[in-house]
Design a protein around this ligand. Structure first.
Ligand code: AMP
Ligand code: GLY
Length: 438
């Protein structure tokens, strides 16, 4: 079968490797892909923008494509799955990714909060405000204890969440967000919520709309600076599995969160074939110390860079699994997972996540041993040299029996990769190691 994968980051490179590995895959077209996906066996990059549905339509018909796997959220929020479902020439093609209705779980934080409330999914207490209810919003803020959590309702490129210690600052930011000055339309509604104290992790679910499989857990590192300081980024590294997400914790996650979420989608008549990425806070019970999961957010896609540590651990044939998603028979498959740990460390351009330069020559990737180098933002120059083409550039994934061993391998090998201004965090996974020791 010919398959199309939409996207161009490290997540898509990791997915491309897994998909292309399957005997069920003839050619994998990555639209638009990057220099990494271009080098994967059976893969071809195609110059199609993932939100240009008409171009996609012509291409899949010409190439007799049987499956489309969607990497990022933009085409989902724009309705790529609905576009395929409503076209008689495309309807037979399996699309891995929800339609617009399901994508609202990520596209609107207010909608996601309402969904969680309807289905009893534990999350931080909240209220949503608009410019018309600004005074109530300010009064609600004053009733909360710091820190204050303000969230733009819509997509704001991962920057729409503010966590503020100072009440006056929180009031000023709420005013500015609702007036549209801060995130434009995305903050016409603002969710104000209780701050949850705990440790974060990501849980990934694949569903056919009725049945589901829980993928390996992961933790990502969002801030640019060591010790989780500085600006938010797309993610600077990830570790899978997360040791404290043990059987007892994951049972709670499944019973309280995953099962009601999938049932809720079904009950509300929302077809959903694809990934659900559940951002969780594990909060310790004040009396017993037992960890309980609360949802921070839903995303309707895999995480990046979580995919770069989660997908290498999946041993099952992913195309076979996706075909079961297409046929609503996901309960018939067993997901085989490698018991080893995987870690990835992201190498970024100097200046990221603010202004950075592109086009720097990268050397040393071929010298890396016993790790997988996933490309996040790269391209080939006219002379074939590898060039930086984004803020997040390369991601070095290592697998080993333990997290410390995997970290050692990744950090040892990534030193071989060089370009002017290459930056990475040296403390990926250190918080987990400290927890394991204490
Ligand atoms: P989000 O964009 O929803 O993932 O939020 C960005 C980050 O803000 C999360 O990864 C958390 O670290 C933090 N955050 C969001 N909501 C809360 C909350 N209610 N309590 C504590 N931290 C939060
Ligand atoms: N790593 C977080 C995300 O993909 O949103």
């Amino acid at each position: 079968m010919n398959i199309v994968l939409l996207g161009s980051g490290g997540r898509e490179h990791a997915m491309a490797c897994k998909i292309a590995e399957s005997d069920r895959c003839t050619t994998l077209f990555v639209a638009p892909g990057n220099a990494g996906t271009a080098g994967v066996d059976k893969c071809r990059n195609v110059d199609i923008n993932p939100t240009d549905f008409d171009a996609l339509r012509s291409f899949v018909l010409k190439e007799n494509v049987g499956m489309v796997v969607v990497g990022p959220e933009a085409p989902l929020v724009a309705g790529v799955a609905d576009f395929f479902a409503s076209d008689s020439a495309l309807r037979h093609i399996t699309v891995i990714g929800p339609g617009k209705a399901g994508a609202r779980l990520e596209g609107s934080k207010d909608y996601a909060k309402g969904f969680m409330a309807r289905h009893g999914v534990p999350t931080a207490a909240h209220r949503t405000f608009t410019l018309g209810t600004l005074d109530e919003g300010l009064a609600f803020l004053r009733s909360l204890k710091p820190p204050y959590v303000l969230k733009a309702d819509g997509l704001a490129a991962g920057k729409g969440v503010l966590i503020l210690d100072d009440l006056a600052e929180a009031e000023a930011q709420l005013r500015e967000m609702l007036a549209g000055g801060k995130f434009g339309e995305a903050s016409e509604k603002v969710v104000v919520e209780e701050f949850l104290r705990g440790i974060e992790l990501s849980v990934f679910v694949l569903t056919d709309g009725r049945h589901y499989k829980i993928l390996p857990t992961a933790k990502d590192y969002k801030r640019i600076g060591e010790g989780d300081t500085g600006l938010n980024t797309g993610g600077m590294g990830s570790v899978s599995p997360v040791h404290f997400a043990d059987k007892a914790f994951m049972r709670k996650v499944e019973e309280r969160i995953v099962s009601p979420t999938v049932k809720g989608l079904h009950q509300e008549g929302i077809p959903y074939k694809g990934f659900i990425f559940i951002g969780l806070m594990a909060v310790a019970d004040e009396e017993t110390g037992e960890l309980n999961p609360y949802v921070i957010e839903y995303n309707v896609r895999m995480g990046d860079p979580e995919t770069e540590s989660v997908f290498p651990r999946i041993k099952s044939d992913m195309v076979d699994v996706f075909e079961h998603v297409g046929r609503d028979t996901l309960h018939q498959v067993t997901l085989d997972v490698d018991s080893r740990s995987a870690v990835c460390v992201m190498l970024t351009a100097q200046g990221y996540p603010e202004h950075y330069e592109k086009g720097k020559v990268i050397t040393g990737v071929e010298d890396v041993q016993d790790c997988t180098v996933f490309h996040a933002g790269t391209r080939r120059g006219d002379d074939g040299s590898l060039l930086t083409a984004g803020g997040r550039v390369l991601c070095v994934t290592a697998m080993a029996d333990t997290v410390p061993a995997a970290l050692l391998k990744s950090y040892q090998e990534l030193e071989k990769i060089k370009w002017e201004g290459c930056y990475f965090r040296r403390d990926i996974g250190q918080d987990l190691l400290k927890m394991m020791i204490s």
